[in-house]
Design a protein around this ligand. Sequence first.
Ligand code: BES
Ligand code: MN
Ligand code: ZN
Length: 477
Amino acid sequence: MKIQISKITELKENISTAILFEKTSDFPSELLDEKEEKYFQEKTEKNQEVVIFKYPYLNFFYKIKDEKIRIIGFEKARKAGAELFKILKQENVGSMQLINSCEENLTLPFLEGLLLACYSFSKYKTEKEDFNLAHVFVLDKNINKQQLKELQILRDAVFFARNLVNEPLSTLTATKLAEEIQSAGDKAGFSVEIFGKQKIKVLKMGGLLAVNKGSIDPPTFSILEWNPKNPVNKKPVILVGKGVVYDTGGLSLKPTANSMDYMKSDMGGAAAVAATIYAVAKAKIPVHVIGLVPATDNRPDGNAYTPGDIITMFDGTTVEIKNTDAEGRLLLADALSYAKKYNPELVIDIATLTGSAVLITSDSGIAAMSNNKNFLNLLKKSGEEVYERLIELPLWEEFSESLKSSVADFNNLGVREGQTSIAGKFLEHFTDYPWIHLDIAGPAFIHDDKGYRIKGGTGTGTRLLFNFLKNFDPGNN
Ligand code: BES
Ligand code: MN
Ligand code: ZN
C-alpha cells in the first residue's frame, strides 16, 4: 500500500478530516455544525486529547498540548498519526485531509507516524488485506513539497529495511542480501560492489570466513557507495552493518526456548545501512557515504568453526574462539579494518550485537559507544529528533581485560558482566579513526505493534542515520 500525499490550499468538503489544534478557537469554523461543535466542546473541556466522531465523514481532532520538551511533542504527534491510521483502517476510510491549525509544525511528524504505521509484511499471506489508504491531502502552508517528498523517501527506506529483516533465511541468504542491496542501488543511483567467497578468501577476511565455515551458503561482502558531486566532506563517512542473515549460535548453539526463533533479524544493522544509503541517494544528500556489509549465516555443521580455533583476522590480529555465538564482532572487525583504506572522516557500525544490550535498552533505545565525543553528541541529537535515542556506554580500559588470551592476541568472548562494552572494546581494536558503535539488539525487532513500529523488523537505525547524514557537516567536528 502506498499513500499518495499532496498539498492543498483550501479545505475540501465531503471528506474525512483530521485536525491538529491547540485552541478550539483556531478551528476552521465551517467544518462543524452546531451539534458537532457542542459535542466537541464537551469532550475537550474534559481535557480529552483526541476526539473522534463520524457523521457521516470521520473527523479526528488531535489536541496538541504545550509540550515543553519539543522532542516529546514530536513523538506524540507520530504516535497520534499511527493511531489515526488504525482508525482509518477500521473504518475503511480511503482518503482524508489533514489540517494543522496550531503554531508548532507537527504536520510532518504526524504524517511520519501515519506513513510508518501503514506497513505489514503480508508477502506470504494468502489472504491479503484489502484496505488501502490511497490519498492524504495536507493543508498546512508551512510545509513544502520537498519535505513531503523526503518523508516518502524515508518511508520507502524504512519499509525496505523492515522487509529485509522480515525475510527468513530461506529467502534471504548472504547472496540474496547482496542482490537486494544491488537492486536498491540500481533504483536509487548508488553504486554497489559485491565480493564473493573467492575474493573474500584472497583478502583473507578471517573473521567473516570463520563464521561462514558452518554454512552451506557462501559469504558476501557488499560495498555501497554514494559519491555525489561537491560533497560537504572530503573524506567519506562509512557505515558498517552486521549482516548475519541467521544466527543459530553455531556449535555454541543457542538454547531453543525463544532465543533462536527471531534470529533472522541478526542482519538488522545491514538492513539499516542499506536503507540509509538508499534514502541518502534518493534524496541526493550531499555527503560522500560508503556502506560495508559483511554477510553470512552462523550455523553448526561438520566443518563449522569451533571453540578453541585460533583464527587470523583481515588485519593480521589472531583471535582464539571461545564461543561461536560471539560471531558478530568477528565479521564486523574485518569490515572495520577494511574501512581504514578509505581514510574515513567517521565510521559508524550498527549491529544486533549483544543480548546484554537488550537488557539495557529494551526496544526503546540504542546502546552507543564512541572514541569521539563531538560526533557522538551530534548523533545523539539526531537520535532525539527521530526518537531513536542513544544510551552511551563507556569503553573503559578494564573492559578489555577479559578479552586476553594465552594462545592468541585476543579471545572473542570475555566475561558476561559488561558484555555490551566488552564487545565494543573488541571492535575498538580494529579502528584507528573517529568511530561510533551502535548496538541495536534491543530495538531491531519487536514482538508486538508499538505505535508506528509494526511487529517484526523495525528498520531501527535508518531514520537515525539519515537524519545524521542530512545534517552532516565535517566543520562541526
Ligand atoms: N545476535 C546475537 C545478539 C542478540 C541477542 C541479538 C538477542 C538480538 C537479540 C549475538 O550474536 C550473540 O549471540 N551474542 C551473545 C554473545 C555472547 C556469546 C558473548 C550474547 O549476547 O548472548
Ligand atoms: Mn551470536
Ligand atoms: Zn549474532
